[in-house]
Design a protein. Structure first.
Length: 286
């Protein structure tokens, strides 16, 4: 019996090795991660609870790629791209203007514009352009970027015409202590604090649908005011310029999920323009 001990030990070792190999072979591989940077408190676009439409679009794309989403949360302020995407804290930022210039961008997955927001009972739904004389006497709300009051295109367009004294500014960032910081400008229209607001379309559509009174949304026309004030923008996902392979993957996933993305945008009441709307200065938004 003693002479068989080495052979028996060898058989046991071989059996253990085979078992370990089988276990390793059938162990699930680590899922791919899609590393995304987004604002944790920026409805209707994103929040930490995953309730924004960009969250839902990211989920659809991640599923297409067979990836798990891992978020790095960062408030959407100046320096966000520098401190997140360009610092390799993530690989994707959704909801980037296609012509932003500071990142590589995917093909656009929607196009929207600034809109006039008014109460239905005020009968101002025929407001469409900045040369309407009523804008000189109505209380007008505009979005401003940052604490320094940098102008959005509608604010700049009004200032070019000397429409200043009756204009009320609302920062895009809003009161970050609120669950929906950007709601204030649309709320001001609903409550009668201002007569009309010029608001980025996705923000306007989402909060207008939740307003206590019916509101009218009309795209600003024409799409271009002067040589450098566009009112309509394509929206893409931002990636690092060198991440060409990831950009191609995202482009393909966005295209395959175009119908699903349209349903998500519809559910959030995002007003959209046709992809070719506003491609020439003469073009008019519908």
């Amino acid at each position: 019996m003693k002479r068989n001990r080495p052979a028996r030990a060898a058989r046991i070792a071989l059996s253990l090795a085979l078992s370990l190999a089988l276990l390793c072979g059938f162990a699930p591989a680590h899922a791919r991660e899609l590393r995304v940077c987004a604002d944790p408190n920026n409805l209707p676009f994103s929040n930490a609870a995953g309730e924004g439409f960009e969250n839902r679009i990211v989920d659809a794309i991640a599923k297409e790629l067979g990836a798990d989403v891992r978020y790095t949360w960062w408030a959407q302020r100046r320096g966000m791209i520098r401190n997140t995407l360009n610092a390799s804290a993530c690989d994707v930022i959704p909801g980037i203007a296609s012509n932003v210039g500071t990142t590589g961008t995917t093909d656009p997955y929607y196009r929207s514009s600034y809109v006039f927001v008014t109460r239905v009972d005020r009968k101002l739904g025929d407001l469409r352009g900045f040369d309407d004389p009523r804008l000189r006497t109505l209380a007008v709300g505009v979005q401003l970027i940052g604490d320094d009051g940098a102008n959005t295109p509608p604010a700049a367009a009004l200032a070019r015409r000397g429409i200043i004294g009756n204009v009320h500014g609302y920062t895009v960032y809003g009161d970050y202590r609120r669950a929906a910081p950007q709601a204030a400008i649309v709320d001001a229209v609903a409550h009668g604090d201002i007569d009309v607001a010029l608001v980025w379309g996705p923000t306007a559509g989402y909060f207008a649908a939740r307003a206590p009174v019916p509101l009218t949304l009309v795209p600003v026309t024409p799409w271009l005011d002067g040589p450098q004030l566009p009112m309509a923008f394509d929206v893409s996902m931002g990636v690092r310029r060198e991440d060409r392979a990831l950009r191609r993957e995202l482009d393909a996933a966005l295209e395959r999920n175009r119908d699903a993305i349209a349903r998500i945008l519809d559910a959030y009441h995002v007003p959209r323009l046709p992809a070719d709307a506003g491609t020439t200065p003469a073009a008019q938004a519908p």
